[in-house]
Design a protein. Structure first.
Lengths: 168, 172
């Protein structure tokens, strides 16, 4: 199920190319002491062990993906999430999708600049951590089905914190 | 509350722009229970649904569904778990839409009860509201867009949302 969440978040991020990086994301990355994942397109291609040409088409305009989390748990993580969320809103991002319950929270935002380019940022709270996901570049949504063939084991090896997630 | 709601709704949602379009006084309940741990909330904006405009599928029926999704302008869902006074709350909430919406259908099955309301303009459904309860669970769903009954019935088959499956009855 969480695999589907991951895919849907990618859909959110797939339409518009990104230009500017959020200052909130940048500051959070500098100060966060938790998990940091940063992958350029070349690294993401490593997930395509079956050499599916559609996957390469899917990410051809993608620059990079960034995931940053706190290492704190409980109240501190929730405080960090709220601070992140408020910061993103204060920067003028538009709320696209929100999901909230006591265990999981995920808010997806978008900002369009004068050149009609958009920046997509997701703030999240789950597994006692707060974090942020930023994607720079665009995905070609026509090839989204290529994600079905993605080798999630490779992704897990790249991101050990994902090991405990239920991907079904 | 399972994460499945999150996923399914990711597909079909729409929100921030939605807030101004959604009516019936139901919005205050979304606001009221925003920070209540018993309740889960999902909001999706029109921009999210708009992403599906670019989707091209080989199956014509699936493509039709995608086009229906792309016309949605917002979705809000509130799900309360372990609500002690669920019947009272259900009756209280279900009264609200009566003033400015038409009741389309109601279903009672044991402890479960669901009411569906619509706002219509020129033959197009602008908003569908579902208010439901089942055991100690309270469910509110608001779907805004340009829809017809067949499209909503088709969506209800694909959206594995609590209570929304009852809407498939409208197609029979």
């Amino acid at each position: 199920m969480k695999r589907l969440v991951f895919l849907l978040i990618l859909i959110c991020f797939s339409v518009c190319a990104l230009e500017a990086q959020s200052k909130v994301v940048k500051e959070f990355e500098e100060n966060a002491e938790g998990y940091k994942f940063f992958a350029y397109q070349s690294m993401l291609r490593m997930l395509n062990q079956q050499q599916d040409p559609d996957f390469n088409k899917l990410i051809r305009d993608l620059d990079h993906i960034r995931v940053v989390t706190t290492d704190s748990t409980g109240t501190n993580a929730m405080t960090a999430f709220k601070r992140l969320d408020n910061g993103i809103q204060a920067e003028g991002f538009e709320e696209i999708l929100t999901f909230d319950n006591k265990e999981y929270k995920c808010h997806v935002y978008e900002m369009t600049n004068k050149k009609d380019k958009s920046t997509w940022v997701a703030t999240f709270f789950m597994y006692g951590r707060a974090g942020i996901l930023e994607m720079v570049g665009s995905l070609d949504i026509k090839y989204l089905n290529a994600l079905a063939n993605l080798n999630m084991e490779t992704l897990k090896s790249l991101a050990p914190e994902l090991e405990n997630m239920d991907w079904d | 509350m399972k994460i499945k709601y999150f996923i399914l709704l990711f597909f079909f949602i729409s929100g921030g722009i939605v807030a101004s379009a959604q009516s019936s006084g139901i919005d205050r309940y979304f606001e009221q229970y925003k920070d209540d741990d018993r309740f889960s909330q999902i909001n999706v904006s029109s921009k999210m649904f708009g992403l599906f405009v670019n989707f091209e599928l080989d199956d014509p029926s699936e493509q039709e569904l995608v086009e229906a999704i792309s016309k949605l302008k917002g979705l809000k869902m509130l799900i309360g778990q372990d609500v002690a006074n669920v019947s009272d709350l259900f009756n209280q909430v279900a009264k609200l839409p009566a003033a400015d919406m038409d009741e389309l259908m109601s279903i009672k099955d044991g402890s479960a009860e669901f009411k569906f309301y619509i706002s219509e303009s020129d033959g197009t459904i602008k908003e569908l509201l579902m208010v439901g309860k089942e055991s100690a669970q309270l469910i509110l769903l608001s779907l805004v867009g340009d829809m017809d009954l067949q499209q909503i019935a088709a969506l209800s088959q694909k959206m594995n949302l609590e209570g929304f499956e009852h809407f498939q009855n409208i197609d029979k």
